[in-house]
Design a protein around this ligand. Structure first.
Ligand code: FCB
Length: 453
């Protein structure tokens, strides 16, 4: 037996996002979001599906909170849908939208579950997209208005706020790679979008603090550990570039008030930035972005093994034989330890939460109506163990949110990927806790687990 104990105050939970679970996209005054537009555009989603119904959480939230309570969850990270709150993007507030989240928060607190609210998890009101979207600076101002409305309404009860989920996805994946809404292929627009996302974070933090006294406020970034495929100088250089593209471009402004110089030079040389460079940066922006926060939210799924050749193809992994989840992502628990140590050393963070970590495996209920998702359980066990090592080494890790509570709409992959620790039967909306959920329940109850078990 090798039992790993976590500190008593360590928070265990799960995470979701509004568009992936809520459904009810036409109800109670919600307006269209960029994901409604995107999913209803033929060819964008692998299985042609949409989030119109998703997990019907908008109607089943009470049941979902009860599910969490039964599993002994201590915290829940969810996102607020901007188009439910400000259907016009800014301006008139839709009280019915606020009421939904108020009821949800009340129910969570009643169940002893700490709410962590993400303000932006990708569902931009379409009207703001029509006005230019994130590449337009005005969208940052609209976000601050939205953050003000939500934190004013919920700030007495919600004490953990995450401004944005994954600026890399909001900017690069959505505006350059084009895989997510709004589906653009435009480098300068992607970099401008990223800047406005970071700026809106910086401007919103003081507003949220004023509305929610004593709250912890932070942002969630997604990190992919970048590993050189060999010790050839060109592979090491390529790996450093991938790290700049994916990780440093977003973390450096937040903690050092500057974009990484090597990447600025590279993007200029490649024509991704205008000849003038960072033209979207106005005086005061970088200081605003580097506002002091209380924690960094870390989403970790996998690493990237980078060679000079694969960098050209967007960082594809070279070895086909690796252990992978159904997303095609390598299972690499050690990367969790390496990443946490690296962030601790490079960015001197006061506190970190794993705001997402999880795996897609499609194991379905058997004749016994149970889901024996042993691969997911092992995945969680090994990632928890790697986090424990980092904690022991001095990283101020304060909590862990498994992605995800329930199977849900996985963006461009539709319903083809199941990340939940709870199975969802989309025909009946029945929820069945998988074996991984039952194991997690025990981990939480015991503040630890057998790393070899
Ligand atoms: C992250 C997203 C989350 C989910 C997981 C699998 O990038 O934040 O919504 O889709 O990936």
């Amino acid at each position: 037996m090798s039992v790993l104990q976590f500190p008593k105050g360590f928070l265990w939970g799960t995470a979701t996002a509004a568009y992936q679970i809520e459904g009810a996209v036409y109800e109670d005054g919600r307006s269209e979001s960029i994901w409604d537009r995107f999913t209803h555009t033929p060819g964008k989603i692998l299985d042609g599906s949409t989030g119109d119904v998703a997990c019907d959480h908008y109607h089943r939230w009470r049941e979902d909170v009860a599910l969490m309570k039964n599993l002994g969850m201590q915290a829940y990270r969810f996102s607020v849908a901007w188009p439910r709150i400000l259907p016009g993007g800014r301006g008139a507030v839709n009280q019915a939208g606020l009421d939904f989240y108020r009821r949800l928060v009340d129910e969570l607190l009643e169940a002893g579950i700490t709410p962590f609210v993400t303000l932006y998890h990708w569902d931009l009101p379409q009207v703001l997209q029509d006005a230019g979207g994130w590449p337009a600076r005005a969208t940052a101002e609209a976000f601050v208005e939205y953050a003000d409305v939500v934190s004013r309404a919920l700030g007495d009860q919600v004490k953990h706020w995450i401004t944005h989920n994954e600026p890399w996805c909001i900017s690069i994946l959505s505006h350059q790679i084009g895989e997510h809404a709004p589906g653009w292929h435009d480098w300068p627009a992607a970099l401008a979008a990223g800047h406005h996302v970071l700026l809106s974070h910086g401007l919103a933090v003081p507003v949220i603090r004023a509305n929610s006294p004593g709250a912890e406020v932070g942002i969630t970034l997604n990190f992919t550990q970048s590993v050189a495929a060999s010790d050839r100088a060109e592979d090491i250089a390529a790996s450093r570039i991938f790290d700049g593209f994916f990780n440093r471009w977003f973390a450096d402004p937040l903690y050092y008030a500057a974009y990484p110089e090597d990447m600025v030079a590279l993007y200029r040389a490649q024509g991704h930035l205008p000849a003038g460079g960072l033209e979207f940066v106005q005086p005061g922006d970088m200081a605003a972005i580097a506002v002091t926060t209380d924690f960094l939210g870390v989403n970790y799924y996998t690493r990237a093994v980078i060679s000079a050749e694969t960098l050209e193809q967007g960082g594809a992994l070279p070895e086909p034989a690796l252990d992978r989840t159904e997303m095609g992502w390598e299972v690499y628990p050690e990367g969790m330890y390496e990443l946490l140590m690296r962030l601790h050393v490079d960015y001197h963070l006061p506190k970190l939460y794993i705001t997402e970590s999880g795996a897609s495996y499609s194991d379905a209920p058997g004749p016994d109506r149970r889901v024996h998702d042993e691969r997911r359980r092992t995945f969680l066990r090994d990632h928890f163990a790697a986090s424990h090592r980092a904690l022991t080494a001095g990283v101020p890790l304060a909590g862990y949110f498994v992605w995800s509570l329930i199977d849900n709409f996985e963006w461009a992959k539709g319903y083809t990927q199941r990340f939940g620790i709870v199975w969802v039967d989309y025909a009946t909306q029945e929820r069945i806790p998988k074996d991984s959920a039952l194991w997690y329940q025990q981990v939480i109850a015991e503040h630890g687990f057998d790393a070899a078990g």
